[in-house]
Design a protein around this ligand. Structure first.
Ligand SMILES: [Zn+2]
Length: 384
């Protein structure tokens, strides 16, 4: 690793260009203005959190910041019950933020790109009702209608959270999940990056700098915190503790990176060959499968797993514009209430089945011409 005096190793402009290219390649919608695409996942589907660390502002410096792909839950009575220490960080901010900003904040590695400064809405307080995830709950109780407008803008400065204590974000993630789902204790799977323990004997300055970051970003601290009695079946960590001594920006040879990738792959399979690693993977897989089987019993599962929704293509549908339903029961009610029996050629159950749509991850070989279509139907629309 080489550092310039008083500067960063790489230019932010190059990073920004790379991020934009990824967004362009993978985003659902196409837009001229990258800042408009939000870090947001579909309602009632799998959610994402991206971490950054706040810097600059003296009071907030070093505090983790959560970017959320969903609307945080806001309920005064619940908040009062939650002890201060168990409250998630910035729990009413960090949603509906531009994808580009989130990516740049999360990759603002000190000495590589430097910190990242941007403007965010100071209080994007979109209140929402509790999201039911307890087993057996129904999606129809998850309507979110109450919302408050954004309240002004503030300047924020961020750094890559990998250089802080939340390099292992398990503790924060657990707090967030428990806050949103009450007593529901999550199963957490933590995947490490096989970072070697500090033993650098090179140049003194580099050693000092690296040591500082190594300690600050030590994932083992959170790992130890998570290893409390009773969590043996709820917390799993997979990490090559011997570590792979490859720098973050190692890429050999420069044009393909083939040697670096081969080395990483070989080390990975060597680690995977260990009996204790395989046993632990199997133990974890069994827990996850059992949980998934329980979730599959609920009405919510198809929406969560397949991004299922229902689109009415029945003749003479009065809802010609707003003709999408997330919930099977609501859609069935629509068919019964807003349609006449002779609108369908099939039974209601069959119509429901044929109206189901699922989201499919856009394949990389989509041509630019088809990009703007975004959603791909994997079920052809048949005559209803
Ligand atoms: Zn209809």
């Amino acid at each position: 690793m080489k550092f310039g005096i008083g500067g960063n190793k790489f230019r932010r402009a190059a990073l920004e260009k790379a991020v934009k290219e990824v967004i362009e390649r993978r985003a659902e919608q196409r837009t001229e203005d990258y800042s408009e695409l939000l870090f947001q996942t579909e309602i009632d589907t799998c959610r994402g959190i991206v971490f950054a660390t706040r810097v600059g502002n003296r009071q907030a410096a070093g505090i983790p910041f959560l970017f959320r792909s969903y609307t945080p839950f806001d309920d005064k009575s619940h908040q009062q019950r939650t002890a201060q220490a168990d409250k998630p960080k910035n729990h009413l901010e960090g949603s509906k933020i531009s994808l580009l900003k989130v990516a740049l904040a999360a990759t603002a590695a000190p000495l590589y790109f430097g910190s990242y400064r941007c403007t965010l809405s100071a209080a994007q307080m979109q209140a929402s009702t509790r999201v039911p995830t307890a087993r057996g709950t129904n999606i129809s109780s998850a309507r979110r209608t109450d919302s408050r407008p954004a309240d002004g803008k503030s300047e924020y400065e961020f750094e890559d959270a990998g250089f802080s204590a939340i390099n292992n974000p398990c503790v924060e993630v657990e707090r967030e999940i428990i806050h949103h789902h009450d007593q529901e204790e999550p199963i957490l799977v933590s995947i490490g990056t096989a970072r070697p323990q500090p033993r650098d004997r090179r140049n003194h300055l580099v050693r000092v700098v690296r040591k500082a970051f190594t300690i600050a970003g030590d994932p083992e601290i959170a790992h130890k915190q998570m290893q409390t009695p009773g969590k043996e079946d709820r917390y799993f960590r997979f990490n090559d503790e011997e570590g792979i001594d490859i720098e973050m920006d190692d890429w050999r040879p420069r044009n393909t990176g083939r040697d670096t990738l081969n080395e990483l792959e070989n080390r990975f399979f060597r680690w995977l060959d260990r009996t204790e690693v395989r046993d632990e993977l199997e133990r974890c897989a069994k827990k996850l499968v059992a949980l998934r089987q329980m979730r599959m019993e609920t009405d919510r599962w198809e929406r969560f797993a397949l991004v299922r929704f229902f689109e009415c293509r029945v003749n003479r549908c009065p809802k010609d514009r707003d003709n999408k339903w997330l919930d099977k029961e609501d859609f069935t009610n629509h068919l019964n209430r807003d349609h006449k029996p002779d609108d369908f050629e099939h039974s209601i159950d069959e119509v429901v089945k044929r109206s189901a749509r699922e989201w499919e991850y856009r394949t990389p070989w989509d041509t630019p011409d088809t990009r703007h279509t975004g959603l791909t139907w994997i079920r052809a629309i048949s005559n209803l």
